[in-house]
Design a protein around this ligand. Sequence first.
Ligand code: PHE
Ligand code: ZN
Length: 881
Amino acid sequence: MRTTQPKTIRLSEYTVPAHLVDTVDLRFELFDDGARIHSTLSVRRNPESADAAAPVTLDGDSLKLERVALNGEDLAAENYEETGEQLVIASVPDRFELTVVTWIEPQNNTRLEGLYKSSGMFCTQCEAEGFRCITYFPDRPDVMARYRTRIEADKASCPVLLSNGNAVERGDLENGRHFVTWEDPFPKPSYLFGLVAGDLVEQRDTFTTGSGRDIDLRIYVEPRNAEKCDHALASLKRAMRWDEENYGREYDLDIFMIVAVDDFNMGAMENKGLNIFNSSCVLASQDTATDLAFERIESIVAHEYFHNWSGNRVTCRDWFQLSLKEGFTVFRDSTFSADMGSPTVKRIEDATLLRTAQFAEDAGPMAHPVRPAAYMEISNFYTLTIYEKGAEVVRMIHTLLGPELFRKGSDLYFERHDGQAVTTDDFVKAMEDASGRDLSQFRLWYEQAGTPELMVSDSHDPEQGIYRLTIEQRIPDTPGQTDKKPQHIPFALGLLGPDGEALPLMQDGSADAEGAPVEQVLELTEARHTFEFHGLPSKPVPSLLRHFSAPVRVIYPWSRDQLVFLMSHDPDGFNRWDAGQRLAVDVIQSLVGAAEGAEIEPRLVEAYRALLGDSTLDQALVAKMLQLPSEAYLIELADSPDVAAIHHAREQVLQHLATSLREELIACYHRNSEAGKYELTPESIARRSLRNTALSWLLVINDETGRDLAVQQFRDADNMTDRMGALRALVNSDYAAERSAALEEFYKHFQDDPQVVEQWFSVQASSDRAGQLPQINALLEHSAFDWKNPNKIRSVVGVFAGQNLAAFHNPDGSGYAFLADQVCRLDDSNPQIAARLVTPLTRWKKFAPAYGSLMRESLERIRDKSGLSADLYEVVHKSLG
Ligand code: PHE
Ligand code: ZN
């Protein structure tokens, strides 16, 4: 058992650093059996620090210290103190040069923090606190310095040597070694340091900025991936142009590099001038990546690029401000993706993620505000709340200010804080100053955790022609926070007349219908508001929270008639989709626990029939509307969910729909299969999505025509979306022979491509047919599985626990015990991944007691493991406590 409890770090205890570092001079000697790092810092006392006699304190983790020198003189051991986590030098002058030499073993670094090796190459990951695994340093983002980095390595095994900034010197050394020196002119925090050394090939391009500067663009990959860079490069150029056009932000160095590595804890990292990517988030080809992967890559490339301004030029003062860069940057990449494809579809995807996963997080034991007040292990706070809810908060500011004032605000923010480490409050202040709007109540979005619930009710007075809408807000308690204050919520509204016409919104009885808007953003600031709308002889159907204008739950007693009506008439595409989802949720919920053979709402079948048959509708939206709400979402919506019952009810609805609509599905499949060149346009993506949805529905009912189509599509596909669509459909059918044949064939063909093998693992791990526990255990034994590779772990263990819910929640508790075993095993090699994987178990309080008590037992077993990491300690103790 862990004996010492990790320390809690509190925002309220923030103090400015006692010492500042102006320059960092690094020399990396890279060898097969380790690396020696020589670091020389120019340090000075911070005039703003209250503690004028403070010792110099540097952070370190798993370092072997070889030398400490002050102004070039070696320090004797009695003149400094080395604790497990810090190097402290008590008496120092006001300004001095500090040299530290450390020895580390990247080849044995399985945590993948600091400097480590991935398929033979050296690479770094320093956010949040990885730099201290390389050398002793004041490893906090408000210490910003200029870096010069010399890398020395064997020329044959590491021909390519990269770091931040510009290469200023290179040359040969003795013993077949060589070096390159890099200089980054922009002061940066240590978490943005990056280094790569290995045998890589590059793909080049150039980008000319708005002001006419030519930027050298390069993607570095292992030689076997040379053909998979085009999409990322094209995405990068689109993102660079977009940031100039939409935020007035130009790139600032002469070179921008991206490197792909196979072993990476997260998606990608925005190191200054040297972004390092998880291979799966950058490499793509028509043959190996699905449409979804192409879209994901475009958005992640853009996200990391956008960080150059929102994160690097303006960075975070401390890690409580993480959403300053992440929330804003997700908002930026999400707007970018919307502009590149279908805005409605992008909004649906964002809202789905938020409502399914972020709402669950916000209602669980790890719930925290967008700006947390305390943490033990910062790695645990790279969450959906910081990222996605943080992005929604910025989006609400955009909605409240409108696009022009928002742009004025972001210009002011970048100009005012360029080169600084600042807070979310500074961001809001810039928005206030530029717009003249008071956002003081709005700031509660950063401080209060929990998803606000809006109780909406309405009434109509036919005599006076008045429609009244009452909205009450309530914010549930979360750990450590009760009795919350009402928040400032933008609530977009439209009203529809009996024929689906958009009605003018007149809050004032004497208003003129001509000039009245048909959509309005109501601003909720009180616990309860009533709005009156005049000139309405009959009761309208309200279209509530259009475009998902705030990250809240809306509770309104929709009738099924109203939902069917909105599904076909709402001019807001998002709310059309939402009405369909609500109708499907209502139908599925009414079947949970109902007697076998209960009637399934015919209006749902007819609504889907209409969708399938109407090719005049936006096909990308139709493709989304045909997706039934996921099990995870249904579980999130339920109190004390009985997972097996929910799974069964959803399955029944799916089968009923597929049986009733068989002819339409086959027609839809053929209509969307016309041969043609593979293209990544929204139209052809929508066509592939529709035909693969049709296929999967046909196989849910084990339709023979469907089976033949799937087998043929699997064989003939000229792209991964269709091949994977067919494979997934077969894997989720009862055609066991076809399923194994396809899986085997697929593996044989793609076994040398790790990104495709990950998909092959996932499609099985997520399937209730191919992913029961014995099969999952077999996947872990498979020769392609690798306990050191986070992607492989996620694609089997993570996908099983997060997407194969009926199997994971097997009432015998075997799924929970399995996850606990894997989490314990991983905690010793990679605690960050272990702490992430445990998430499903932490939600034990939500589930029906039969499930919840077994989940808790598994958590307790993890708690009692010896040598528990700080990462896992925090998550497990907070969720048991
Ligand atoms: N800062 C990265 C991003 O969101 C995420 C990340 C965090 C990567 C921590 C690695 C480690 O762009
Ligand atoms: Zn980010």
